[in-house]
Design a protein around this ligand. Structure first.
Ligand SMILES: [Zn+2]
Ligand SMILES: [Zn+2]
Length: 307
């Protein structure tokens, strides 16, 4: 069962790094393990400045192979090796992942003391990791690209009075959640004997690079947090869209139409010294907007997801 989910904004700028913003990487700690969505150039140094240990990262999900989303991988992986990592690292990405990552990890005299498992994701589907799953869907960009959602599993709400009435030992509560029933002194207790209703899991969605797209509205549906790209605003709209991106307004529409609770904007074009107009545009459509700052952290409480 997941108690804590925390999001780390390790890189929040689009296209190329600037002194103010690194390129994209979002870390998510789920209890004691972590995943990354994208791994832009300075991800490893951002991790070192944050409270998220790079050794905790178990899986990395790359949205697409534009440099601002994956060029941090070789350095991060090499440092993991210097730190003595032996656990395998899983890297997922869209079509082409095996070739691109295979090439990337064979440059120079690169030696590792742990295994890297690369998996290409095709179509729209999801991967089940037990307490959470990662869903993926095709984004609307200029090259093959994915959007991702981390979806916590729904849990039955346990009722204290019923637990006591049925005399279920506390150390069996996880097992009964997982398996649906346990035996206590020869008597079978079913999950429904001690529960009432369902506690909806948290959902954290990340657009990667994409134009506004109706199919994604469905994919992002009921997100606790939607981390959405917003490369520019209306004065630049045609250019933004022709390069396969969204404006602040587009991000606001995606959040509003998908019934998202909170929108966090990332991937600002480095051309904008002041991102105020992008944020205002999103806010004119959807009120609960935060512009991500470098190294911002966000705890996602289970209460944020109560229906
Ligand atoms: Zn990008
Ligand atoms: Zn891109």
């Amino acid at each position: 069962m997941i108690s804590s989910i925390r999001v780390y904004f390790l890189g929040t700028g689009g296209s190329w790094p600037t002194p103010q913003r690194n390129t994209l990487s979002i870390g998510i700690r789920i209890n004691d393990e972590a995943i990354l969505f994208d791994c832009g150039e300075s991800t490893q140094t951002s991790l070192m400045k944050s409270s998220l240990s790079l050794m905790k990262i178990k899986r990395i999900f790359i949205t697409h192979f534009h440099g601002d989303h994956f060029l941090g991988l070789p350095g991060l992986i090499q440092t993991m090796s210097f730190y003595g990592r032996t656990d395998p690292l899983e890297i997922y990405g869209p079509v082409g992942a095996s070739t691109v990552l295979g090439n990337l990890l064979s440059i120079g005299y690169y030696s590792l003391n742990f295994e890297i498992r690369i998996e290409e994701l095709r179509g729209n589907s999801s991967l089940d990791f037990g307490d959470y799953s990662i869903a993926y869907a095709k984004a609307n960009h200029t090259i093959p690209a994915l959007s991702y959602s981390l979806i916590e599993r729904d849990y039955a709400k346990l009722e204290e009075a019923k637990i006591q009435e049925q005399k279920v030992p506390r150390n069996l509560l996880e097992k009964i959640r997982r398996e649906g029933a346990v035996k206590v002194n020869g008597k079978t207790i079913r999950l429904e004997d001690i529960s009432a209703g369902v506690r909806k899991g948290r959902k954290i969605s990340y657009s990667g690079d994409t134009r506004k797209d109706e199919s994604l509205t469905n994919f992002f549906r009921n997100s606790t947090i939607l981390i959405h790209e917003s490369t520019g605003e209306k004065s630049n709209e045609n250019k933004v869209i022709s390069y396969g991106h969204s404006t602040g307004k587009d991000a606001g529409i995606q959040a509003r139409d998908s019934n998202t609770k909170r929108l966090v904007l990332v991937h600002f074009s480095p051309r904008y010294i002041d991102i105020g107009p992008i944020v205002e545009e999103a806010r004119s459509i959807f009120p609960n907007v935060t512009a991500a700052d470098e190294l911002m952290e966000m705890e996602v409480s289970i209460n944020d997801q109560q229906a």
